[in-house]
Design a protein around this ligand. Structure first.
Ligand SMILES: C[C@@]1(CC(=O)O)C2=NC(=C\c3[nH]c(c(CCC(=O)O)c3CC(=O)O)Cc3[nH]c(c(CC(=O)O)c3CCC(=O)O)/C=C3\N/C(=C\2)[C@@H](CCC(=O)O)[C@]3(C)CC(=O)O)/[C@H]1CCC(=O)O
Ligand SMILES: NC(=O)c1ccc[n+]([C@@H]2O[C@H](COP(=O)([O-])OP(=O)(O)OC[C@H]3O[C@@H](n4cnc5c(N)ncnc54)[C@H](O)[C@@H]3O)[C@@H](O)[C@H]2O)c1
Length: 217
């Protein structure tokens, strides 16, 4: 299956979850981790989901799904995770009819995207897909990568990203800048002004300065 891998920006986007059980909870958490605006519809909700609703972190409608629920608001994405396959399929049909991306959890024919298995350290995310061939393998690979990836990889990436922004302000977009950025991506980087990698970047900028603008004639 030729799936297209992308990382979506969901901040503030309206996302709807039908069902508030075990599987819904993990989807709600991953949508919230991306700062999505989450609405949940289910007659019974797990305690964690109730807490999120009470805290104002999500909107919860404690009732069964009704046809038309997907169009009361403009939703970007829908996840259906009830324990009633007929409900999940009705939600899928309504989503398709309204061109809304939909995932019926653990029900591949009724998904137009799949959830990956994810290893995360801050902004660094490694998402694993087997296209549904073996979720157990996706989970195993996640655990293996997780065990190998340093715990501070996210902090390091934050410092590296900040230094990269400094470099892109000091040097023009050319082959030398690209080589420097590859070099920095292999080094220790910290937030201090006198960090050796930052000193190296400043020295490098002297050999590759941003050209002066042409004088106006
Ligand atoms: C990655 C992960 C993300 C997440 O769920 O957020 C995820 N499943 C995870 C775990 C997991 N799921 C299952 C097991 C039992 C072992 C096994 O079956 O292998 C385990 C492992 C366990 O729990 O031990 C059962 C299962 N899953 C699907 C079916 C239906 C079918 O195969 O027909 C069945 C049979 C249901 C039944 O028996 O009725 C289908 C899907 N599951 C997907 C995602 C999508 C494809 C992912 C991919 O392979 O690329 C897809 C297609 C749709 C979707 O739901 O998006 C998460 C890993 C979390 C982690 O990292 O730990
Ligand atoms: N939990 C697992 O590990 C697992 C694994 C594989 C498959 N599944 C299947 O996935 C489905 C969901 O699993 P779960 O563990 O999250 O179930 P669950 O029983 O914990 O939760 C089901 C949720 O669906 C809601 N619901 C029921 N009817 C509804 C309706 N008409 N409208 C809106 N919400 C409704 C319930 O209120 C509840 O919140 C089940 O079909 C289950 O068999 C679960």
């Amino acid at each position: 299956m030729d799936l297209f891998p992308i990382f979506l920006k969901l901040t503030g986007r309206r996302c709807l979850v039908i069902g508030a059980g075990n599987l819904a909870e993990s989807k709600i958490e991953s949508l919230r981790a991306a700062n999505a605006n989450v609405t949940v519809i289910a007659p019974d909700a797990r305690p964690r989901i109730l807490d999120l609703a009470v805290g104002g972190d999500i909107t919860l409608h404690q009732r069964p799904y009704e046809p038309g629920d997907l169009t009361t608001q403009k939703y970007f994405l829908v996840v259906t995770a009830t324990n009633v396959p007929a409900v999940n399929r009705a939600v899928y049909q309504e989503a398709i009819a309204n061109e809304i991306m939909v995932n019926a959890v653990d029900d591949p024919p009724f998904c137009d995207f799949y959830f990956p298995s994810v290893v995360r350290r801050g902004d660094l995310q490694i998402a694993i897909s087997t296209a549904g061939s073996s979720p157990a393998l996706a989970q195993r690979l996640r655990k293996e990568i997780n065990a190998q990836l340093p715990l501070d990889a996210g902090d390091w990436l934050t410092d590296l990203g900040n230094l990269r922004r400094e470099v892109t302000q000091m040097e023009p977009l050319n082959e030398e800048r690209k080589l420097l950025l590859h070099q920095l991506a292999q080094r220790e980087v910290c937030g201090f002004d006198q960090c050796p990698s930052r000193v190296l970047a400043r020295e490098h900028a002297k050999t590759n300065p941003i050209p002066e603008p042409e004088p106006a004639s």
